[in-house]
Ligand binder design. Structure first.
Ligand code: PLP
Length: 378
C-alpha cells in the first residue's frame, strides 16, 4: 500500500500528461512558455482572484510575498507553531522574527485566541513591530479567516495565507488562496495539486504587488531580465511542470476532490468512536492533504505506527517537532508555556494513507488494523 499513490494517479491520466510534456519538448520553450501563462490564468479564475504568479516552489512563494511587503529586520510575523518548517523559515530568511502561535486542537490551525495574545505580548515587549500573520491551511482545511481578518484589521497586519496544503479547499463559496492579502500554494508532488518536481504559485487581487512579484521572481527585472531594478530571486515555474499541472487540473477539480471527501467520510465513520478524527468546521471544505487522527499519548501513537508497519500499511507523523523547538530558531526566545496544544499534538498525531485513488477496501483494512491494535493495548 502507498501513503499517497502517485503512480496510480499517473497511470490513470497518462495520455494527457505525456502529451502535455511532449508538446513542451517539441516547442523547446522550457522557461516561461505559453503553458505557464495558461496555467496562471486557469488557476486565478478557479480561485477567483485577479492575479496568479507562478514560481519555483511553495517556500519561495511565501518568501516573495514577504519581500513584496518589504518585511525584514525588526519586524514580527505570526506563524502557527504546528506547521511545516517553510512557514517560519521564510520569515527568518528575510531578516524578520517568526513569533510562533499555538494552534486549535480540533482543526490543527492557528488559534485565534493565542494569536491575539501573542500580538499583545509582542507589542508590550516593544522589541519588534508586528507586520503580518501567516495563516496556514493545515492538512487541507482553511484557517478561521473571518476571525483572523478581525484581528488583522485591529492591529493593522497583513494576512499571508499559506495554502501549500489547502489548494482546492473552501469556506462557503470562497476558495483557498483567496483569503490572504497575498496567498500562496505549493505544487510539490504530494500536495493536493502536485506537479512532477517543485512548483508553487502566489495569488493576489492587488495590481501593484502582482507587478512587484513578477519582477522579483526574475532577478528583480525592470523592462527585461537584463535591466535589474531591485534584488529578487530566480524563481520560475518550469514550462514542463505547468503542462503537467494543466493536464492534471481538470481531474483534480472534477474527480479527485470529490473522491477525497468520500474517503475522508468513510475513515471518519469507521474511526470516530475509537480515536479523535479530524474536525472540519461547518461550511468548510478540506482538500485533505492529510487525514490525521489523534491517539491518547506518544506510546499509543508510536505503537500504532509499528503495528501498521507489520501489515505493510504506511503512516506518517506531521509534525514530530513544534516550530519553537527547532534548532534553527534557537536564537529567538520562546516561552514553552505558550505552546501546550502543539506540544501535545506532536506526541499524539498520526496521518493515515490518503489519496483520491484509494478504494473502500483499503480504508476498511486500515481501520480494521487500528481497531485490532487498540483492543490489544487499551
Ligand atoms: C509543503 C509546504 C510548504 C513549502 O512548499 P514547497 O513547495 O515544498 O517549498 C510551505 N508550507 C506548508 C504548510 C507546506 O506544507
Amino acid at each position: 500500500m502507498e501513503f499517497r499513490d502517485l503512480k496510480k494517479q499517473y497511470q490513470e491520466n497518462k495520455a494527457n500528461i505525456d502529451a502535455g510534456i511532449q508538446k513542451v519538448i517539441d516547442n523547446t520553450c522550457f522557461i516561461q512558455g505559453e503553458q505557464v501563462k495558461e496555467l496562471e490564468e486557469t488557476l486565478a479564475k478557479y480561485v477567483g482572484v485577479k492575479h496568479c504568479i507562478s514560481c519555483a516552489n511553495g517556500t519561495d512563494a511565501l518568501q516573495l510575498a514577504l519581500m513584496a511587503w518589504n518585511v525584514g529586520k525588526g519586524d514580527a510575523v505570526f506563524v502557527p507553531d504546528f506547521t511545516f518548517f517553510s512557514s517560519g523559515e521564510v520569515v527568518s530568511a528575510v531578516g524578520a522574527v517568526p513569533v510562533f502561535v499555538d494552534v486549535d486542537e480540533d482543526t490543527y490551525n492557528i488559534s485565534v485566541h493565542s494569536l491575539e495574545c501573542m500580538i499583545k505580548k509582542t507589542i508590550d515587549e516593544g522589541a519588534l513591530i508586528p507586520k503580518a500573520i501567516i495563516a496556514v491551511d493545515l492538512f487541507g482545511q482553511p484557517a478561521w479567516y473571518s476571525e483572523i481578518k478581525k484581528i488583522a484589521e485591529k492591529y493593522h497586519l497583513y494576512i499571508l495565507e499559506d495554502a501549500a496544503q489547502g489548494f482546492g479547499g473552501s469556506i462557503g463559496e470562497t476558495r483557498a488562496c483567496a483569503f490572504g492579502d497575498i496567498s500562496t500554494t505549493s505544487f510539490f508532488p504530494a500536495k493536493p495539486l502536485g506537479c512532477y518536481g517543485d512548483g508553487g504559485a502566489i495569488f493576489t487581487n492587488n495590481d501593484e504587488w502582482s507587478e512587484l512579484l513578477k519582477s522579483m521572481r526574475v532577478h528583480g527585472k525592470g523592462t527585461s531580465k537584463y535591466d535589474n531594478v531591485r534584488i529578487g530571486m530566480n524563481s520560475r515555474l518550469d514550462t514542463i511542470q505547468a503542462a503537467i499541472l494543466l493536464a492534471k487540473f481538470p481531474v483534480f477539480q472534477e474527480m479527485e476532490l470529490k473522491n477525497c471527501q468520500k474517503i475522508a467520510a468513510l475513515y471518519t465513520q469507521e474511526l470516530k468512536d475509537i480515536v479523535k478524527t479530524p474536525v472540519v468546521k461547518e461550511g468548510y471544505l478540506s482538500s485533505w492533504a492529510q487525514y490525521t487522527i489523534q491517539m491518547r499519548d506518544r506510546e499509543e501513537r508510536d505503537g500504532l505506527q509499528n503495528y501498521l508497519k507489520k501489515y505493510k500499511i504506511p503512516s506518517a507523523v506531521y509534525y514530530q517537532k513544534p516550530m519553537h523547538l527547532q534548532k534553527a530558531f534557537a536564537s529567538n526566545k520562546y516561552d514553552e508555556s505558550d505552546y501546550v496544544v502543539t506540544d501535545r499534538l506532536c506526541d499524539t498525531v498520526v496521518s493515515l494513507p490518503f489519496h483520491p485513488y484509494m478504494d473502500e477496501a483499503q480504508v476498511e483494512e486500515i481501520t480494521l488494523r487500528i481497531r485490532e491494535y487498540l483492543k490489544l493495548v487499551r
